[in-house]
Design a binder for this molecule. Structure first.
Ligand SMILES: Cc1ncc(COP(=O)(O)O)c(C=O)c1O
Length: 454
């Protein structure tokens, strides 16, 4: 199915500049001049494959572009051991053409002063939530932000005074721990349990952890890194427990568009219990959907005006003109691109599942329901290489950090250590799957060769 690409970082970097220049002066410029001719959607005139699809198989080299996923790891491996950046949550796809077209149009104007309004962006946020998730919010409920981080930190400051705690169902996104630290509060983990091949909430443990010093519960839906898409009954149960214990729910839904075939995403704010909903705030962005993290746009909202107002007092965002232009274009015209990207990543997940089960028998695999992450159980390899002991003598933070190095030295593949994600991350490594399937195939083969030899 897939062709071996034999990714070479040096060639990659060399070609990166070439691709960028060729793109700017060639194909994209041509597309820009004819854009908007028919439907108003600048993507319509952009070259696609003969069948009308975007080409996600194309290996798109992002190295050498100040790209966190590809340009940060080599700093830790200066002798060229690093080959594949499968860590940071961004995509290796060329972004939706409508975004580049909109940016190119805007940069024709030599004017970069303060913006008059961000109303259009707020309206598109409302529309996307309605169209894509059947979630009825209005713009008075929405506060724009320059990331999920600033909004979530403001909410923690608003609801969790110094000395209090935020409760996290873990393993969960490492950023939640940094956010709590920025808000000067502690965290407490309630570990998800692996039951019949799915991560499940341990509701007894969750309730036991809802002590009087806990003021906020973070719900991560879909859950990064485990890939859970939480069902309505699970969200309701967690939400009711939080309400009973006087704990506010902070629902991070940044991965809410990346849902696998057959799964259904339920926005927390659409739960059929008004009291539960009014006890929550939701944090979202389309930065994961369209690979726009560097454009610094996000938003939060609440159906409770009092809750929203309380958080707004602690929050201030500074959006940039280009970020707004890019996000508006993505919301307005990007849906077809994203639907295709999502279907492609769904097939990539299946490809990984089949490969790991067949060719990496010592590696544990849990089926993803959403996100473009997969959380692999490498505990057997870690035991075989003595990671539990070796990490100390190698001055590493955890056995999983030792495993991270081992994997780079033995396969070139850079993964994120499970221990970054709180309790339940031991023995696990997170892999970002949002790349061309040819790259993923090379990554799998390199990892299999490494783990199968120990
Ligand atoms: C669950 C989750 N929340 C928040 C973020 C970061 O969001 P932002 O870049 O908008 O601050 C990420 C990034 O990977 C994430 O996975």
């Amino acid at each position: 199915m897939t062709k071996k690409v034999g990714l070479n970082r040096r060639a990659f970097i060399k070609n990166a500049g070439f691709t960028a220049v060729a793109g700017a002066t060639g194909t994209l410029a041509t597309a820009a001049s004819t854009a908007n001719a028919q439907s108003g959607n600048p993507s319509d005139n952009y070259p696609r494959l003969a069948n009308g699809m975007y080409d996600f198989d194309k290996v798109y080299n992002r190295a050498g572009q100040n790209c966190a996923r590809w340009d940060s790891p080599p700093r830790s491996y200066p002798n060229g051991e690093f080959k594949f950046g499968m860590g940071v949550a961004s995509m290796d796809f060329e972004c939706a053409p409508c975004i580049t077209e909109a940016l190119m149009e805007r940069v024709q104007h030599h004017s970069w002063g303060y913006m008059a309004s961000t109303e259009e962006l707020r309206d598109e946020v409302v529309k996307w939530n309605g169209d894509y998730h059947n979630n009825d919010i209005d713009s008075s409920m929405v506060t724009l932000s320059d990331g999920v981080y600033p909004g979530m930190i403001a909410a923690m400051r608003a609801f969790a005074p110094r000395g209090s705690k935020v409760l996290i169902m873990s393993p969960a996104y490492s950023g939640f721990y940094s956010m709590a630290s920025a808000a000067n509060i502690d965290t407490v983990d309630s570990e998800l349990k692996l039951v019949n091949g799915r991560y499940e909430v341990d509701f007894d443990d969750l309730e036991a952890k809802m002590t009087s010093d806990v003021r906020a519960l973070i719900v991560c839906n879909p859950q990064n890194p485990t890939g859970n898409v939480w069902r309505e009954d699970e969200l309701l149960r967690a939400g009711r427990l939080a309400l009973e214990h006087g704990i506010v729910v902070l629902s991070d839904e940044i991965h809410s568009d990346v849902i696998r075939d057959g799964q259904k995403f339920t926005p927390f704010s659409a739960l059929p219990d008004r009291d539960v909903v009014n006890n929550s705030l939701t944090f979202n962005a389309i930065s994961k959907t369209f690979n726009l993290a560097g454009m610094k746009n996000a938003y939060y909202y609440s159906k409770s005006p009092t809750m929203l107002e309380r958080v707004n007092k602690y929050h201030r965002a500074e959006l940039s003109t280009l970020g707004v232009v890019a996000n508006v274009a993505a919301y307005k015209y990007g849906r077809d691109w994203f639907d295709q990207a999502n279907a492609y990543m769904d097939r990539t997940h299946t490809m990984i599942e089949e490969y790991v089960k067949k060719n990496m028998p010592s590696v544990g695999y849990v089926r993803n329901e959403g996100t473009y992450m997969t959380f692999l159980d490498l505990s057997k390899t870690m035991a075989a290489i003595g990671a539990d002991e070796m990490y100390k003598s190698h001055n590493k933070r955890s056995p999983e950090h030792y495993m991270q190095d081992w994997m780079v030295y033995n396969s070139g593949v850079y993964l994120n250590p499970g221990s970054n994600y709180g309790q339940g991350g031991a023995g696990r490594m997170r892999m970002n799957i949002a790349s061309s399937q040819a790259v993923v195939q090379d990554v799998l083969e390199a990892m299999a060769a490494a783990v199968n030899k120990v």
